[in-house]
Design a protein around this ligand. Structure first.
Ligand code: UGA
Length: 374
C-alpha cells in the first residue's frame, strides 16, 4: 500500500510514519515544511519525503494523490489560541486547502482517512460523545474559537455526502486530546500559544507559572499517542472494509482529568524527575481569566468524553495507557528534547526549522523515489 501523508512531520504524522515503516511493508510519501521530527525514518527506503508547503507545491500534491492508495491530510492549525488570533488562517488552511485535497480524492477515486476532531462536538451537554448521535453544539460567531470546529464539521459533512453518494471512500477519525513526545514545539510554548500539556511542560522547564484558565475545572480525556496510532493502524488496515465510510472517536474516557489536576500531576512528575528533583525553584500554579489568557473570542468546553464503543466494535481496539504513564512519557520526552536543543545551537535542522518556509527545492537529496513530476 502507498500512503500519502501531508503534514508528515507533525505530531500524528511522524508517529504514524514511524509505526507504518516499523510494522508493515507499506510505503509512505510525505510532505511538510520541515523534517526535524523525521530523523529516525528519513533514510528508510520506503519513505519518500519532500520539504514543501502543501498550499504552494500543489502539483506535487496532486501527482501523489493520483499515485497513492490512501491519502491522510494532516496539515492544519490545531491550537486554540490561533483560532482567535488568526481565524482566517484557520479557514484558509484547515478548510479551503483540505477541501481541495478532498476533491482530488474524489477525482482520482482514492480512499481518504481524514482527521476530524473532538472539537466538533463543541459544548454538547452529553456525558459521552457518540459519533452518530451527539448534537454538534457551537457558540456564537463573535466567539471565534469555534471557527476550527466549524471548518472541521463542514468538511466532515462534505466528505460524508461524497461518501454516501458513492463518490468517495472515507474514514473520519476524531482524536480526543492525544498527547505524547513532540506534541507541539517548545518554541510555540515559549510564546504562550501551545496546547495545554506542552504549555505546562514548557512553563515547568522555564520555571514560569502554570496558568489555570478560569480556575481549571474544565476536563479533558488525554489519550496516549501510541494508543491513538494503534487505532489508526487498524483504520488503515481496514479489514473487510470495517471502517468504510465510518466516523470513529479515538480517545481514552478512562483518562478524564481536570486541567487543575493536570497541572498538579505534571508538576509532581517534574519535581520527581532525576534531573530536576534538586532544583531550587519550581513553577507556581496560578489562575487566569480566559479573557486575559486568550482574549474575548474564547469560549471553553467544560467536559469532553468520548464514547468508544464504535472503535471497540469496528476495530477491536481499546486504549491501554493510563493517565499518569501517558503524562510521564510525554514529560520525560520533552525534558530530553529540551536538553538536546540546549546543546545544539548549531544543529542544522533546528536552524532550518526556525528559518524560511520550505520551498520544496532546497533539500532534494532527501527526496527518494520518484522525483516531482508535474
Ligand atoms: C484542542 C485543540 O482544539 C485541538 O488540538 C484538538 O482538535 C482537540 O482539542 C483535541 O486534541 O482533542 P483544547 O482541548 O481546548 O482543544 O486545547 P488545549 O489548548 O489543550 O486546552 C485544554 C484546556 O486547558 C482548555 O480548557 C484551556 O482553557 C486550558 N488551558 C490551556 C489552561 O488552563 N492553561 C493553559 O496554559 C492552556
Amino acid at each position: 500500500m502507498k500512503i500519502l501523508i501531508l503534514g508528515v512531520n507533525g505530531f500524528i504524522g511522524h508517529h504514524l510514519t514511524q509505526r507504518i515503516l516499523d510494522t508493515t511493508d507499506w510505503s509512505v510519501y510525505g510532505m511538510d515544511l520541515a523534517f526535524d521530527r523525521l530523523e529516525k525514518v528519513i533514510h528508510n527506503s520506503r519513505f519518500h519525503f519532500i520539504e514543501g508547503d502543501v498550499s504552494i507545491n500543489r502539483e506535487w500534491v496532486e501527482y501523489h494523490v493520483k499515485k497513492c492508495d490512501v491519502i491522510i491530510p494532516l496539515v492544519a492549525i490545531a491550537t486554540p489560541k490561533l483560532y482567535i488570533t488568526n481565524p482566517l488562517g484557520v479557514f484558509d488552511l484547515d478548510f479551503e486547502m483540505n477541501l481541495n485535497i478532498v476533491k482530488q480524492c474524489v477525482r482520482y477515486k482514492k480512499r481518504i482517512v481524514f482527521p476530524s476532531t473532538s472539537e466538533v462536538y463543541g459544548a454538547s451537554p452529553d456525558p459521552e460523545f457518540k459519533e452518530d448521535e451527539t448534537f454538534l453544539v457551537l457558540g456564537p460567531i463573535h466567539k471565534e474559537r469555534w471557527i476550527y470546529a466549524c471548518c472541521k464539521q463542514l468538511l466532515d459533512r462534505v466528505i460524508y455526502a461524497y461518501g454516501t453518494r458513492g463518490h468517495l471512500e472515507f474514514t473520519l477519525f476524531r482524536p480526543f486530546n492525544w498527547i505524547g513526545s513532540r506534541l507541539d514545539s517548545l518554541d510555540t510554548a515559549k510564546e504562550g500559544s501551545s496546547r495545554v500539556v506542552t504549555q505546562f511542560i514548557a512553563e515547568l522547564l522555564m520555571k514560569r507559572p502554570l496558568s489555570l484558565v478560569d480556575g481549571g475545572y474544565q476536563k479533558r480525556c488525554f489519550t496516549f499517542v501510541d494508543d491513538g496510532i494503534d487505532a489508526l493502524m487498524k483504520i488503515l488496515e481496514n479489514k473487510e472494509d470495517c471502517c468504510k465510510n465510518q466516523i470513529i472517536n479515538i480517545g481514552n474516557p478512562g483518562n478524564e482529568c481536570s486541567i487543575r489536576d493536570l497541572a498538579l500531576l505534571l508538576k509532581g512528575i517534574f519535581m520527581a524527575h532525576p534531573k530536576h528533583r534538586d532544583d531550587k525553584v519550581f513553577s507556581e500554579i496560578i489562575e487566569r481569566s480566559s479573557d486575559s489568557y486568550y482574549g474575548k473570542g474564547y469560549q471553553d468546553i467544560y467536559t469532553r468524553k468520548p464514547n468508544i464503543e464504535k472503535a471497540e466494535m469496528l476495530l477491536g481496539w481499546k486504549p491501554r495507557v493510563g493517565l499518569e504513564e501517558s503524562l510521564k512519557n510525554t514529560l520525560y520526552a520533552f525534558i530530553e528534547e529540551n536538553e538536546n536543543l540546549a546543546g545544539a545551537d548549531e544543529h542544522p535542522k533546528i536552524k532550518h526549522r526556525k528559518g524560511q518556509k520550505g520551498s520544496g527545492m532546497d533539500i532534494e537529496n532527501l527526496v527518494q523515489g520518484d522525483p516531482f513530476t508535474p
